[in-house]
Write a protein that binds this ligand. Structure first.
Ligand SMILES: Cc1ncc(COP(=O)(O)O)c(C=O)c1O
Length: 274
């Protein structure tokens, strides 16, 4: 709705490949912007960007949280520019630490931020249901665009989900599943921490953990060998537009893993790396 072919869109590098592919399919120019320990490196943003896509609560795939200072810097940068920021908060339902930082959409005073969420992590990806909180001025155009694209979403699924939420069952489900995921997150973090060649990026949310490999180790050989042993880990490079310029690392998802197999599987990964 906000983009025309030839416009410039900034995404995080490394980042979420489906977002990059979606923007590319619209004929816009997608530019990867590096992320450091505090999040997106704002001075590296292309001056003419019309849209910036970010994951501040839990950077995908590295897992770090964008600092408050960086959030403010990004909003200040957006300040007088004709630019929209898409804040993808895809897994905040599963947070294992104290209170989260304020989302960009709450800090925003300029009506620049569209906050998007999904039920893919909190429920199941097959529901294909998500949501957007948009500045009021954009809502009529968003509704019109939705109607043009396919009239409306799946009303039966949405009605059932609304009832699930209203009756308190969603909150209960998230609490229960959150305890389970917290246990898996702790197991994965501890098991990866026992592998000398890995530096785990500390995280406190979500369904995956990322660890950097010591220099000189080949993540694609390691991931392929692990896969042959039945241990599915992703290369960090798979999330980068320029894999050769991305430090070597592994992304370990645990959303659908039997917790009893985590220690054994990651011990096997450790032996593979050794
Ligand atoms: C960064 C990010 N955004 C969004 C999603 C969810 O997307 P969808 O709602 O299309 O399933 C995911 C799921 O893996 C994700 O990792």
């Amino acid at each position: 709705m906000l983009l025309r072919p030839g416009d410039v869109v900034a995404v995080e590098e490394p980042g979420y490949p489906p977002a990059r592919r979606l923007f590319t399919s619209l004929g816009v120019r997608v530019t990867g912007v590096p992320v450091d320990a505090e999040g997106l490196v704002v001075p590296e943003l292309p001056d003419r960007a019309k849209l910036v896509y970010v994951t501040p609560s839990h950077q995908f795939p590295l897992g770090r949280v964008m600092s408050l200072a960086r959030r403010q810097e990004l909003l200040e940068w957006a300040g007088s520019r004709p630019v929209a920021i898409v804040e993808d908060d895809y897994d905040s339902e599963f947070r294992f630490s104290a209170r989260p930082l304020e989302p960009l959409c709450t800090l925003d005073r300029g009506g620049r931020v569209l906050y998007v969420g999904t039920f893919s992590k909190s429920m199941v990806p097959a529901m294909r249901t998500g949501f957007v909180l948009a500045p009021p001025g954009l809502r009529p155009a968003l509704v019109a665009a939705r109607q043009l694209s396919d009239a409306h979403g799946q009303t039966a699924v949405q009605a059932a989900l609304a009832r699930f939420i209203e009756e308190g069952l969603f909150a209960r489900h998230v609490r229960r599943a959150g305890r389970e995921y917290q246990d898996r997150h702790a197991r994965v973090t501890a098991a990866l921490g026992r592998i000398p060649a890995l530096d785990v990026i500390p995280t406190a949310a979500g369904l995956h953990v990322t660890a950097m490999l010591r220099p000189g180790l080949d993540s694609s050989r390691i991931a392929a060998a692990a896969r042959r042993d039945g241990v599915a880990v992703e290369e960090l490079a798979a999330y980068a537009e320029q894999p050769s310029r991305t430090a070597s690392g592994l992304v370990v998802g645990f959303g659908a893993v039997d917790p009893e197999l985590i220690e054994e599987g990651l011990a096997l990964l450790g032996r593979t790396i050794a």
